[in-house]
Design a protein around this ligand. Structure first.
Ligand code: 9UX
Length: 96
């Protein structure tokens, strides 16, 4: 029985802590309508290791959930955002 509880806690704690530890928040200028946000999201999702992207058009922020250990560089992010047609302003938060 103790073993079952242990497995349960492992299953619960594993994914949750992984999500909390593996997010980048980046600043993007130039998104002026909701289709801009959609466009940015589409491009960011193509990056290796990126699992989920959320874009806040009003704040000019994108939150990227990555596979733990994924390293996103300024150069890589800047290139993708430029390709999408917007202005990359840097990483605001990175995984611990
Ligand atoms: Mo909206 Mo953004 O018409 O590139 S899509 S302004």
């Amino acid at each position: 029985m103790k073993k079952l509880i242990f497995i349960f806690l492992l299953a619960l704690g594993g994914p949750l802590s992984a999500v909390a530890d593996s997010s980048y928040v980046i600043k993007i200028d130039g998104m002026t309508c909701k289709f801009c946000a959609h466009n940015v999201k589409k491009h960011l999702k193509k990056l290796d290791g990126v699992e989920e992207v959320k874009v806040d058009q009003d704040k000019g922020l994108a939150s990227l959930t990555v596979i733990p250990g994924t390293q996103l560089t300024d150069a890589k992010l800047k290139a993708v955002i430029a390709k999408a047609g917007y202005n990359y302003r840097g990483i605001q938060t990175r995984p611990e």
